[in-house]
Design a protein around this ligand. Structure first.
Ligand code: HEC
Ligand code: HEC
Length: 217
């Protein structure tokens, strides 16, 4: 009986090893094959014109490890849902929501690869998600953030659709990255549609609004 159990589990282990080659392949190799046509992963940003930006259909991922929360990334790669309500870099077409889906094994391997891509511009562990009166006022009244970005409130989704949706930022985005992006957007997006707020808002206000964006459910 005992011998049989050992044989069966050994067989099962061999079966796992031979039927899951995706665990063996590195996330960087999978990415190169299936994803690199549409995403830049080499940084810092070299795009100088909108044509450079549009040479890749998807957003640049060279700072993915500073931008995303790891658990969100693994889950999204297996079940992607639109983030940009309009077709990427366009305000005319609706996002078709047809992003490639990955298996759990490939998503885990590619997540490990992408989380290793960091930007030195992002200081870790400084900004904490927080609803402050000041942060809310900057986002909803003083600055036109809500005109371009969808965001969540207790009364449901509000806001515009020309920028990426910020609903779900609490699960998706690293608060320190939101701060760095607002403070020095040129590092991440030399060519872009979003205005540069680094010269409009002081560091304390950027901290407040970044902390507020990081709370959206
Ligand atoms: C045909 C082009 C295309 C391919 C191939 C592709 N992507 Fe994308 N990707 C996009 C577009 C377009 C978006 C923006 C989608 C949105 O905002 O709704 C996107 C969004 C993303 C995002 C979210 C980025 C952000 O800043 O919001 C990640 C992460 C990502 N892709 C990873 C991958 C991985 C990993 C692969 C390989 C399996 C891959 N992509 C293959 C076009 C592509
Ligand atoms: C005129 C429209 C517009 C305004 C106003 C605007 N944004 Fe944006 N925002 C965009 C667009 C478009 C992008 C995508 C990158 C690009 O092309 O510039 C973006 C990107 C972002 C991102 C990164 C999202 C991601 O997933 O990559 C954050 C965070 C953000 N904006 C926050 C803000 C905040 C906070 C404000 C107000 C202080 C603001 N935005 C005002 C259009 C706008």
């Amino acid at each position: 009986m005992r011998l049989l159990a050992v044989t069966v589990s050994l067989g099962a282990a061999l079966l796992v090893m031979t039927t899951a080659p995706s665990y063996a392949a590195g996330g960087d190799a999978i990415f190169k094959k299936s994803c690199s046509n549409c995403h830049y992963t080499d940084g810092p940003a070299k795009e100088k014109t909108i044509a450079d930006q549009l040479a890749k259909k998807g957003p640049e991922l060279w700072y993915a490890g500073s931008k995303f929360k790891k658990d969100w990334l693994t889950a999204w790669l297996q079940a992607p849902k639109p983030i940009r309500p309009m077709k990427y870099n366009s305000i005319t077409d609706k996002n078709p929501g047809d992003h490639p889906k990955m298996s759990a094994g490939d998503a885990a391997a590619v997540t490990d690869f992408l989380m290793g891509l960091k930007s030195a511009e992002v200081k870790a562990g400084v900004i904490k998600a927080e609803v402050s009166v000041r942060g809310r006022k900057i986002f909803t009244k003083d600055m036109p953030c809500g005109g371009c970005h969808e965001y969540s409130t207790k009364d449901g989704l509000l806001g515009g659709k020309s920028g990426p949706s910020l609903a779900g930022s609490s699960k998706r985005l690293n608060p320190d990255w939101i701060y760095a992006y607002l403070a020095n957007i040129k590092v991440f997006k030399p060519v872009r549609d979003m205005p540069d707020f680094g010269s409009v808002l002081g560091p304390k206000d950027i901290e407040n609004v970044a902390a507020f964006v990081a709370t959206f459910e």
